[in-house]
Design a protein around this ligand. Structure first.
Ligand code: S3P
Length: 189
């Protein structure tokens, strides 16, 4: 029987047992953190945001890391953090949009994780990223043009992910369930 928890809602047993971490990849605004947090709850595992881990390790924001040390230093920290996370227990990991461009990161993720590309069209991405000004790559020009350019360069790498899921607007749970179903199907294959 399902148990009612302290919040008065029902605890549904996790639909699958994770053997590897689920690693969310995709452009800025794809919903990696939002979906990742809910997906982790659904799967009964922890959620880790790689960007937050980098900020914790550096003791400052990503914006400040870019400004004070440059993008190359950020990428190095990003590679190190993801490598550490991939060596840890199975969990849901949200990566920053550029992380999967790094060959070493891709190799580690392929080795010890299941990657999920959250895809969204440019208009959706632009609408979502416009809510915050924390992303240094988007502050240098027109966010739509920058995202279009990044999509062209990065999509071939994201396409290497094990699972591709549309991250449409609407209830987050729909996207979460699409990921869960894709994970189940992959396991059954
Ligand atoms: C970046 C995406 C950001 C963050 C940094 C660089 C990128 O993360 O890692 O600003 O290169 O696309 P989100 O994708 O979570 O916004």
């Amino acid at each position: 029987m399902d148990k009612v928890n302290d919040e008065g809602t029902v605890d549904v047993p996790p639909p699958i047992h994770l053997e590897k971490s689920i690693v969310l990849v995709g452009l800025m605004g794809a919903g990696k953190t939002t979906i990742g947090r809910r997906l982790a709850k659904r799967l009964g595992v922890s959620f880790i945001d790689a960007d937050s881990e980098i900020e914790k390790a550096a003791g400052c924001s990503i914006k400040d890391i870019f400004e004070c040390y440059g993008e190359a230093a950020f990428r190095e920290g990003e590679r190190r953090v993801i490598c550490r996370l991939m060596a840890g227990p199975p969990q849901v990991v949200a990566t920053g949009g550029g992380a999967f461009m790094d060959a070493e990161t891709r190799r580690r993720v392929k080795e010890s994780g299941v990657s999920v590309w959250l895809k969204a069209d440019i208009k959706t991405l632009v609408a979502r990223v416009s809510k915050r000004d924390t992303r240094p790559l988007l502050s240098t020009g027109d966010p739509e043009a920058i995202l279009r350019d990044l999509a062209e360069k990065r999509n071939p790498f994201y396409a290497e992910a094990d699972i591709h899921v549309e991250s449409r607007d609407g209830p987050h749970e729909t996207v979460v369930e699409a990921v869960v179903e894709a994970l189940k199907k992959r396991r059954a294959a």
